[in-house]
Design a protein around this ligand. Structure first.
Ligand code: NHW
Ligand code: EN5
Length: 426
């Protein structure tokens, strides 16, 4: 059992939980000591670098994943990351083209396997750990169980080490040596009729379809005053809010402004971010009160006592009126073998900073926005403070788990509780 992972610098199940100190597992190395030659593939295959900017090459990666990537335990649904999403996920600031690793068949040139890494500043127990995030490991179904995955993992490790990075974070649905935290997926039905039709969920006993639809119905508009899509001018404020909020978690990521711009500025069908702008909230409230008094818009401005310099509670930023952030990304799943429906439109909760806005209210607005945009389901993990709203907002626990891992980094007092975890991978 674990012939490969037993040989790697990862925490092992046999390790004593107590007495461990945070730090690398392998003795520190230098770039000069890293193997210069790529690992050897079986003779019918060759390594390639996938140029994700090239429309044809991103389409090849898309197609490999579309047909071969992660499925649920009953093989009813398969993740269907879009080409636009892959371009976003694989090209953050500082990305390296040679960390987009493919394997092709000699002769036919068909792409049959893939693995990727992107740079990320991880913080473990408050300590910065320069790392990569590994994702999109995939081997063609026909080539499974031939020990290709360990070769892909060793090769990307080598390429990451060649750039002087010695740690990685990754997630998987399967249990490997040894999770730093185990999370569960929760699901909020937005389009219960379709979810039941594709058997993503089932009609509860003693519930009719009509009652189920009513149970999950959401308002037609959001309730938080000042909620609007994030814009480029909000980047500095969002960075400060986000890093401040994330600092409380034992395992998290730290974001530069460039990274925040990349990961959070809205892109249709890739990522949606909304901010609560307290200045806009105030304008909206003044407009409402002037409407109530039947005054022309703006007239209440002069009448109402001005508090426009207030940043709102929970904000430490100097000149911005942004007090809260909520975001989600778009990851549809293919519905396997269904007559009528091909695709499940899913939104996944991304990073959220409640600030002074109650988290439950912020998430209710995120659900409202997602329902309005035509998503079928809203998914979230039970990490950070999410347990505080999941039941109240009618999320139900899924049958899938997500395990978090670190490569070549030992953390004391693990496994963490999900509420201590502040890291979200795509
Ligand atoms: S998790 C999603 C992974 N992808 C899928 O599940 C897609 C569908 N499945 C497949 O394509 C997100 C294949 O089943 C794969 C395995 C390719 C998964 N992570 O080639 P063999 C990520 O992308 C171990 C790690 O015969 P296969 C994160 C397995 O335990 N290891 O299997 C990726 C066994 O090792 P063992 C996994 O089924 C993180 C060995 O692979 C794994 O044909 C990668 C068997 O290999 C998984 N998800 O191919 C690690 N699934 O010890 C990054 C199986 O038990 C580490 N295995 O003998 C850090 C690197 C960077 C460091 C930098 C300093
Ligand atoms: C790398 N970034 O298992 C990620 N999904 O619960 C790779 N279940 O969708 C690792 N089986 O519970 C990803 N419906 C690991 C996850 C792999 C995919 C996976 C699970 C997560 C999932 C659904 C469908 C199950 C179909 C049968 C599920 C129930 C929802 C229901 C809604 C109404 C309220 C009660 C719950």
């Amino acid at each position: 059992k674990y012939a490969f992972w037993g040989s790697q610098p990862v925490m092992q199940f046999s390790d004593e939980a107590k007495d461990v100190e945070d730090g690398p597992i392998d003795a520190p190395k230098t770039v000069e000591e890293v193997r210069k030659e790529p690992y050897t593939l079986p003779s019918s295959f060759v390594w390639c670098e996938c140029n994700i900017n090239d429309p044809h090459e991103v389409q090849e990666v898309y197609t490999l994943l579309h047909n071969n990537y992660v499925e649920d335990d009953d093989a009813m649904f398969r993740f269907n990351y879009s080409p636009e999403f892959l371009q976003w996920a694989l090209q953050p600031p500082g990305y390296q083209r040679d960390w987009h690793v493919g394997v092709r068949v000699k002769g036919s040139n068909k792409l049959v396997a893939f693995i990727s890494g992107i740079p990320a500043s991880i913080r473990a127990n408050g300590k910065p750990v320069p790392a990569v995030e590994i994702n999109f490991l995939c081997v063609l179904k026909k080539l499974r169980s031939k020990r290709l995955a360990p070769v892909l993992i060793k090769e990307i490790t080598r390429r990451v080490n060649l750039r002087g990075i010695w740690q990685a974070a990754y997630t998987a649905g399967v249990v490997l040596p040894r999770p730093v935290c185990g999370c569960r997926y929760w699901h909020r039905s937005l389009n219960p009729k379709k979810l039941i039709e594709v058997r993503f969920s089932s009609l509860q006993p003693r519930m009719t379809m009509a009652r189920t639809i009513k149970l999950y119905r959401l308002p037609s508009s959001t309730t938080t005053p000042g909620l609007r899509p994030m814009e480029a001018r909000d980047t500095a404020a969002v960075t400060e809010l986000l890093n401040g909020h994330l600092a409380q978690f034992k395992l998290t990521q730290h974001f530069s402004e460039d990274e925040v711009a990349h990961w959070f500025l809205p892109q249709p069908l890739v990522v949606d971010t909304y901010v609560v702008d307290s200045q806009l909230a105030q304008q909206q409230q003044q407009q409402q009160s002037s409407e109530a008094q039947q005054l022309p818009a703006g007239a209440a401005d002069a009448a109402a006592p001005s508090s426009s310099s207030s940043n709102g509670a929970g904000s430490s930023s100097s000149s911005s009126s942004i007090v809260s952030v909520v975001s989600f990304y778009t990851l549809p799943s293919s519905v396997l073998g269904h007559e009528e429906h091909n695709e499940l439109r899913a939104a996944y909760m991304f990073y959220t900073v409640p600030g002074p806005t109650p988290l439950t209210q912020l998430m209710q607005d995120a659900l409202t926005l997602a329902a309005g945009k035509g998503y079928d389901v809203f998914n979230a993990l039970d990490l950070m403070d999410n347990a505080s709203f999941l039941k109240e907002l009618k999320f139900g626990i899924g049958d899938g788990a997500l395990q978090y891992y670190l490569y070549n980094w030992r953390m004391a007092n693990t496994p963490l509780q999900p509420k201590e975890l502040g890291l979200i991978l795509l």
